[in-house]
Write a protein that binds this ligand. Structure first.
Ligand SMILES: [Zn+2]
Ligand SMILES: [Zn+2]
Length: 392
């Protein structure tokens, strides 16, 4: 068995010279993700979730024709530099939630596009509101041989728990059992999710949902698999045949932009005991519910109950978001070490101190120990790392 770093939720901004996802950077192309961003960050597997757009599948077919990608036995697409591309499609259902379907090959991509064609207004644009229900997507996923994964499940913005239901079985019935994987989202972690009983048997993914190069790999997963291909990924996410997720790495949930409830009127992020449903200052309910508050509202236990074999969740902050790491320090760190993940996980602190200075080394030391001081985010505003005084 081998271990691979994977970020399975990355958006393409532009394909075939045209916009794919309006909110994503136009610089973010399939080629750039595979050949620049993944190696810089240290990712072995990347999931690109816009292949519902024919612009993106054409781009992939162009890279296949040019020898920059090849289809792999077992599914998936291998870049010449060894990075595996997993094709995925993030779809907004008629319930207003985001679901990702990962697909094994070009044929399944075309079948999914064909299905969506009559159900979205503009197929070229990604994450379009589709005239399909979540149950329809569960069935479609079986037909195309995909892996289905509700995205950022707790966010008030398009998350299945955040804005639709407090119990999957209530709305999906028996079909809920078809879902074996969920994505935690930036504002949640394993401890929060394991307070909910019905997801305890599920695999948790921590992905970046990157809309720009800088955010690729801000969350990632360490996977144990025998090789890099789609079927191995399926075994891994379904915890079969000795494959599994070994660890999740992600932002401290307080850094997420929907962590606590936010009052639009007072422009204030709540710090009171969760769940906060209305603004404690003005009493109004023009609030954006926080993920932490939502979990407190729907949880089955106050403390997390981890199932046997639940991987650890390690808090990580992208280098660019650490106080004291400006563009020049970032460049020096990237030049001196093989990848950003190496700096975050393994690089000796003494070497980091030589390259980036003692303040940066102290920050990374505190991060590895989970001791960074953090101001919580909410209402679309990210949380922040506050300068502390820990020493390595
Ligand atoms: Zn989404
Ligand atoms: Zn997304």
């Amino acid at each position: 068995m081998r271990r691979f770093y994977a970020d399975l939720h990355i958006h393409v901004g532009c394909a075939r010279g045209r916009a794919v996802k309006i909110t994503a950077s136009r610089q973010l192309t399939v080629y750039k993700i595979l050949y620049e961003d993944a190696p810089l960050k240290g990712l072995d597997i990347v999931g690109i979730v816009d292949v519902g757009s024919p612009l993106v599948s054409c781009e992939i077919e162009g890279l296949l024709a040019g020898g920059l990608l090849r289809e792999v036995r077992g599914g998936g697409f291998m870049a010449a530099n060894g990075v595996l591309l997993v094709a995925g499609c993030e779809i907004e259902t008629c319930e207003g939630i985001h679901i990702i379907i990962y697909l094994p090959d070009i044929m399944s991509i075309h079948r999914l596009q064909h299905y969506l064609l009559s159900r979205v207004t503009n197929l070229q644009l990604s994450t379009q509101a589709a005239r399909v229900s979540t149950l329809d997507l569960i069935n479609l996923n079986v037909l195309v041989g995909g892996i289905i994964c509700p995205a950022h499940v707790f966010t008030p913005h398009k998350g299945i728990y955040g804005c639709w239901t407090r119990c999957w079985k209530d709305v999906l019935g028996k079909q809920a059992a078809q879902i074996k994987v969920l994505e935690l989202g930036l504002s949640a972690d394993t401890d929060m999710a394991d307070c909910i009983a019905e997801t305890r048997q599920l695999t948790f993914l921590s992905n970046s949902d990157a809309h720009s190069s800088g955010n690729v790999g801000r969350e990632y997963n360490l996977l144990r698999m025998a090789g890099k291909n789609f079927e191995e990924l399926r075994l891994c996410l379904y915890k079969s045949a000795g494959r599994n997720v070994v660890a999740n790495f992600g932002m401290d949930p307080r850094l997420g932009k929907y962590h606590r409830t936010y009052c639009r009127h007072c422009r204030r992020i709540a710090a009171e005991e969760a769940p906060v449903r209305a603004c404690p200052v003005c009493g109004g309910n023009a609030v954006v519910m926080g993920v932490f508050d939502r979990v407190a509202e729907i949880r089955d236990s106050e403390q997390p109950i981890h199932p046997l074999g639940r991987p650890p969740y390690h808090y990580r902050v992208p280098l660019k978001d650490l106080p004291g790491v400006g563009p020049r320090t970032l460049e020096r760190l990237h030049k001196a070490f093989p990848s950003e993940m190496y700096v975050l996980e393994q690089a000796p602190l003494e070497r980091i101190a030589i390259v980036g200075g003692p303040t940066v080394a102290n920050m990374i030391c505190a991060m590895r120990k989970g001791r960074l001081r953090i101001k919580a985010g909410g209402g679309g505003y990210y949380g922040k790392v506050v300068k502390g005084d820990s020493h390595y």
